[in-house]
Design a protein around this ligand. Structure first.
Ligand code: CIR
Length: 255
């Protein structure tokens, strides 16, 4: 992994979608947490491309939802929330510079990048409030054409789970981090599962970047679990993004 695209929170950040009930985010704090996040990606060896913040799209800092990278190709998404579909155009302009092959999810398909979890050559695609069967089906066909396998994970019955990756992360090494509500899905049975403790569900959205794992600060049991498995972690304060239902993976497109 060499590159990442990020987008600072816009001044309209607090107007974004949220179900968290944690109060409005503080803009200045969000900016400094975003800066720390970018520095952490750089410490992991990534070169960053920064998109200009866009006030018209309060959720546009959650750039992961706009595209899915598969090897040398990228699939532009069609986010499931109406207020977010317009985010894709400006990301497309930039991302086209990095990829020779660019595909896109088409109406009636909807898909958020947060519902796509890459685990080596296999991809888990969540069916959620944001990603429908049509969108997942379209992505599945692209994946097959690119020589990758996939499985669908229906997360709609799981309370409080916005995206698949809100409760699932791939650490590589055939290991998945899962919340309890996902742990019994048969699709994960060939993997070594790393469980997050009760009350630490937010920590499941961690991100392996080269030889390090970014984790949310304040989840000590999960931090210890990863350390005991030999991972070097970087803990980041995510409080202001958590207030807007966002986690570590959502804040960048990495490739
Ligand atoms: C939303 O509801 O769309 C944003 N407030 C949060 C998106 C978080 N994205 C992600 O988990 N991939």
């Amino acid at each position: 992994m060499h590159q990442a695209i990020v987008r600072k929170p816009a001044q309209s950040f607090s107007m974004g979608l949220s179900t968290a009930n944690l109060g409005p985010p503080e803009y200045v704090r969000a900016l400094s947490q975003h800066t720390a996040y970018c520095e952490a990606l750089e410490r992991c060896g990534l070169l960053l491309t920064n998109l200009e913040p866009d006030d018209a799209y309060p959720d546009s800092t959650f750039i992961e939802d706009t595209a899915v990278v598969v090897g040398e190709s990228v699939i532009l998404t069609r986010p499931g929330a109406a207020s977010r579909t317009g985010e894709v155009a400006s990301v497309a302009e930039t991302i086209k510079q990095f990829f020779s092959k660019v595909e896109s999810i088409q109406d009636p398909g909807c898909l958020d990048g947060g519902d796509v979890c890459e685990a080596g050559n296999h991809y888990f695609i969540g069916i959620s409030e944001r990603t429908n069967e049509a969108g997942a089906g379209q992505l599945g066909r692209f994946l097959t054409a690119f020589g990758k396998t996939h499985s669908l994970i229906d997360t709609r019955g799981i309370d409080g789970l916005l995206h698949l990756k809100s409760g699932l992360a791939s650490l590589g090494d055939n290991r998945l981090v899962v919340i309890d509500a996902l742990a019994s899905f048969k699709e994960f049975s060939d993997y070594q599962l790393v469980h997050v403790a009760d009350g630490e569900e937010y920590a499941a959205n961690c991100v392996r970047v080269n030889d390090k794992v970014l984790i949310a600060e304040g989840y000590s049991r999960f931090g210890q679990t990863l350390a005991s498995l030999g991972y070097q972690t970087i803990a980041l304060d995510m409080s202001e993004f958590q207030k807007m239902d966002g986690g570590l993976s959502c804040l960048s497109l990495r490739f």
